[in-house]
Design a protein around this ligand. Sequence first.
Ligand code: PEP
Length: 258
Amino acid sequence: MSNRTPLMAGNWKMNLNHVEAAGVVQKLAWSLKDAKYDPEQAQAAVIVPFTDLRTVQTLVEGDKLPLTYGAQDVSVHASGAYTGEISAEMLAKLNCSYVVVGHSERRDYHAESDELINEKAKVVLAAGMTPIICVGEKLDVRKAGEQVPFVLAQVDKVLADLSGEQVGSLVIAYEPVWAIGTGEVATPDDAQEVCGAIRARVAELVGQEAADAVRIQYGGSVKSGNIVDIMAQTDVDGALVGGASLDPEEFAKIVLFY
Ligand code: PEP
């Protein structure tokens, strides 16, 4: 049994405006409260659109809700003429705990490279927040049985130049791309195979202490019906949840898997 507190993070993607966000956050908090949620058993986070952050912050801080929150992306630039971008400092000012970097939708639709994702992870850490760094293979790689070397090559690049202390403090989300939003879930063994290989690689790269501390999530069609088996795996320390996190009662059940 590890002493890593699981992180159950709901990635809302481009869903829920700030008015809707307020309702979902309140319902989520009520569902958790009703079930006597204990944040020491599993930490709950909502990863929301930029336009929802201030509303979520006001609710979480004002009503002392047992939730953390964060953003779905960040600019590598500190400030200046970068129209449409949001800096790490701006997110830190909103008291974000987490910033997702390298989600497969950013990699696919915005051609984000491992090198850029590494830069993003660094600016998030420098601003005092925790990056959730996404890695994962596409279906052709999985069919070729190459998922472990493929994902480890991503891990090497996204963690480049980070210290053991930094790596130990962050979150890596293993999200097989073929399982995102498709209803296809990796089997618990599939999730363990890759998450275990990631942890072993972290030990090689920056030492065992960091490997023991880093939290590794599984993501891909997680629901209340499959979370228990996924969380039973030794090297799975939580979940990055897309679609199911939009339903506060369903997401609460996922958070309360323990
Ligand atoms: C995700 O967007 O990171 C994700 C895992 O989505 P879903 O849970 O809908 O597959």
